[in-house]
Write a protein that binds this ligand. Structure first.
Ligand SMILES: [Zn+2]
Length: 424
């Protein structure tokens, strides 16, 4: 038991440190870039305050993703599978929440995502925070609002085929929203002619964003398919070493070609996201009666407030009670060709379609030998549902291994210990 614990600690450190900057929807990288850039579009009355807290707004731009598994009802706030309601639903879905509930019921709406409505909810909350001159809430809600706006502008957040799982394009989600921006956003133009502008119709703006994103899906899928046919899987994927792990990733030539075919789509979506974040921050402030933010600059977060926020985040990481999309992805029916790979969910978020099992086993074995653990136990990421964490079928005798499922759950250890017999 003790050695199991040792190895778990080793691996939790290894995996969690590697996965710390990975997530879905614009990736952690994209969300941070969006919130950060939006600060510079704020008007003179706001920019002092926002710049003072730019680091906080950047770092906390991914809180909604962090709490997806810990907070009930969080998951559907990040997307809307609008095509679930029919091919033309993007035009026919009632824009107002009450009307939509009347047509489809609240349960259904919550099951298929509510991002446009939640953008309005968050704008209202931010307005209230401004009215109350509550620095902590202003900051947290500004960061959150930026996140949901970001998600609502991502084409793959507006479809039930959100990861290409229905069209044989598995992995496209993270490819579009994480890998492409990470590779090419340094080439994007983030100069804006206009600063933040007042938005009289927040909900209408949210729906407009979702509609534009949804209509972009056609090229998102079509170009990937065309390019895959042209380049073949050999050129499409590459193996990269990330930290100590070899992962299968979309190759640079494939990424570049796809990015070019999209004709600036990722940049366009990112730009309109940034402008919308700035506009809605500004709108909330105006609706709150334009409180004097310069007077709040001195009211920095107290040490206790900071600590409380950090502790809450830790709780989100620990208490993963609810399912979210990324879990679902790994329980679905995957194409056969992926079944030879071990999957690491956190990497999947980044658009990496798989991990070469053999390579991983080798590198993990090498890693394990550095620790006083015998026999070598190789931990392998698996796509098995949480109900059955142990996957003996994949044991590779060559390496005298037992393959265990690893999940992002911190409490995996007890699950594994209960269900697994370690071979001596
Ligand atoms: Zn999200």
């Amino acid at each position: 038991m003790r050695f199991l614990y040792t190895f778990f600690v080793v691996f939790s450190v290894l995996f969690f440190s590697l996965s710390a900057n990975k997530a879905s929807a614009w990736g952690f990288f994209g969300h941070k870039l969006i919130n950060r850039t939006a600060v510079f579009l704020m008007p003179p009355e706001m920019i002092g305050f926002y710049k003072t807290h730019i680091q906080f707004l950047t770092e906390n731009s991914v809180n909604p993703d962090r709490r997806r598994y810990a907070v009930e009802g969080e998951a559907p706030r990040h997307y809307i599978d609008i095509d679930h309601y029919g091919a033309d639903a993007i035009y026919t879905m009632p824009r107002k929440w009450k009307d939509a509930v009347a047509k489809y019921t609240e349960d259904t709406l919550k099951a298929y995502g509510i991002v446009p409505w939640h953008i309005e909810v968050m704008t209202d909350r931010l307005t209230r925070a401004f009215r109350n001159k509550d620095v902590k809430q202003i900051l947290l809600y500004s960061a959150d609002l930026g996140h949901y706006i970001g998600d609502g502008n991502v084409p793959l957040h507006t479809t039930s085929n959100y990861n290409g799982q229905m069209s044989g394009q598995y992995g496209i989600h993270g490819f579009w929203e994480s890998r492409l921006p990470e590779l090419y956003s340094n080439e994007y133009d983030f100069f804006f002619e206009k600063g933040a502008e007042y938005e009289p119709d927040v909900l209408g703006r949210a729906w407009n964003a979702v509609t534009v994103a949804h209509l972009a899906l056609d090229s998102v899928f079509r170009f990937e398919r065309e390019l895959t046919e042209r380049m073949g899987d050999d050129q499409k994927f590459t193996f990269e070493t990330r930290g100590r792990i070899t992962v299968k990733a979309y190759s640079e030539p494939f990424s570049r070609a796809y990015h070019t075919m999209l004709g600036g789509q990722v940049e366009r979506q990112m730009r309109s996201t940034i402008k919308m974040v700035a506009d809605l921050w500004f709108t909330a402030w105006v609706n709150a009666g334009k409180p004097d933010l310069d007077a709040l600059i001195e009211k920095r977060l107290s040490e206790e407030e900071r600590k409380a926020i950090e502790e809450e985040m830790e709780d989100w990481q620990k208490n993963r009670k609810f399912k979210s999309r990324e879990d679902d992805q790994f329980e679905g029916n995957l194409p056969d060709k992926y079944k030879n790979y071990g999957y690491l969910p956190n990497f999947q978020w980044e658009g990496i379609a798989g991990i070469n099992l053999k390579n991983r086993m080798k590198s993990l074995k090498r890693e394990l030998c550095k620790y006083p653990i015998a026999p070598p136990v190789v931990l392998c990421a698996q796509m098995q549902p949480l109900k059955s964490p142990v996957v003996p079928a994949k044991a590779d005798t060559q390496y005298d291994t037992i393959i265990l499922g690893i999940y992002r759950r911190v409490n995996i250890l007890s699950e594994v210990a209960r269900t697994c017999e370690l071979r001596a």
